[in-house]
Write a protein that binds this ligand. Structure first.
Ligand code: SF4
Length: 319
């Protein structure tokens, strides 16, 4: 069967082996970013609609499941535009959870609909949300992301903060830097202040690795990228581990984390929700064998418990 809404699984920098799901079917987005790798936005809108009906996507996922393909570490909802614009999002998420109960679902978002309580309620059912926030300087935001009318930077930041308050899964923020546009000290200072409040689980500072939709989109120098990563790293526990050089490169943190740090991260993640060793390993980018060793140590110390559910061992933090 030829799939029109599924792609992969492909190896993704933040999610490991990921099965991508396109929720739009066309270039429909609330932004028209200079760096967009899939070309200019055709329908520039904030209007929610079943652009790709849940039935089409779930029928394809059903067929995909029957194939002998590598098991992905995540099912990632994204595609040719902003996935939260699809008003069938709740049915799509519920269908993914039902068809693949042991695979975490992740949603990529440009953050423009997070101020909507209905969208945040829908996202509560997934394990990972990956919002982007490229600049907190209004003129830079307008230049880089070229939002459609109705998108407001203040609404974006308040939506992100509200999501962080309500949501118990992982929030992995991405900041994409373009040379001479949003790589300014002013943006860095504002991002630092904002991240202190937001407390995402992880921050990835990245730049262009492939051509964008505009020739104005140019990669920043490696030194700039590294200095931003160093500046933002202390603000979130997982950001320390996300200094990856390329969006598509798998980053392993196993070698650079102390045993205490790794243990704290695992425990923090389990405080948010029960997980299997594989889910923890994917979420934290820690080798699965090392994750299991940490879980054994935490079990011995009585800081977590293990419960057999859905045919898997789920670990819970003792609160
Ligand atoms: S938000 Fe994402 S899909 Fe939309 S234009 Fe920007 S990069 Fe492309």
């Amino acid at each position: 069967m030829e799939f029109k809404t599924l792609y992969g699984p492909v190896r993704s920098g933040r999610l490991g082996l990921s099965l991508g799901v396109d929720l739009l079917g066309q270039r429909i987005c609330s932004m028209d970013c200079l760096y967009c790798e899939i070309g200019p936005t055709r329908a520039h809108t904030l209007k929610r609609h079943p652009y790709m009906p849940a039935k089409v996507i779930l029928d394809e996922l059903h067929a995909w499941r029957r194939q002998e393909l590598p098991r992905p570490e995540h099912i990632t909802l994204g595609g040719l535009g902003e996935p939260c614009l699809n008003s069938d999002l709740p049915e799509i998420i519920a269908g993914c959870r039902e068809l693949f109960p042991d695979i975490p679902v992740a949603v990529l978002t440009n953050s423009t609909l997070l101020h909507d309580p209905a969208v945040r309620r829908e996202l509560a059912a997934v394990q990972v949300v990956l919002p982007s926030l490229d600049s907190l300087v209004e003129r830079e935001f307008l230049a880089v992301n070229r939002p459609c009318p109705g998108v407001d930077l203040l609404l974006i930041t308040s939506g992100l903060l509200q999501l962080r308050r309500e949501y118990t899964g992982l929030v992995c923020l991405e900041v994409l830097l373009l040379q001479g546009i949003n790589d300014t000290q002013e943006n860095l200072d504002l991002q630092r202040q904002f991240l202190t409040k937001l407390q995402p689980d992880r921050v990835d500072v990245v730049t262009m690795t492939r051509p964008g939709s505009s020739p104005l989109a140019k990669a920043v120098a490696k030194e700039t990228l590294n200095s931003w990563r160093r500046a933002l790293a202390p603000l979130t526990p997982l950001a320390r581990m996300s200094a990856k050089p390329d969006r598509l490169e798998k980053h392993s943190t196993a070698g650079i984390m102390s045993a205490d740090t790794a243990m704290e991260l695992v425990l923090n993640s389990l405080r948010r929700r029960p997980q299997t060793p594989e889910q923890l390993s994917a979420a934290l980018s820690v080798d699965v064998m090392r994750t299991k060793t940490i879980l054994d140590a935490l079990l011995r110390e009585g800081r977590i418990t293990k419960v057999r559910d859905f045919g898997d061992d789920f670990y819970h933090a003792v609160l």
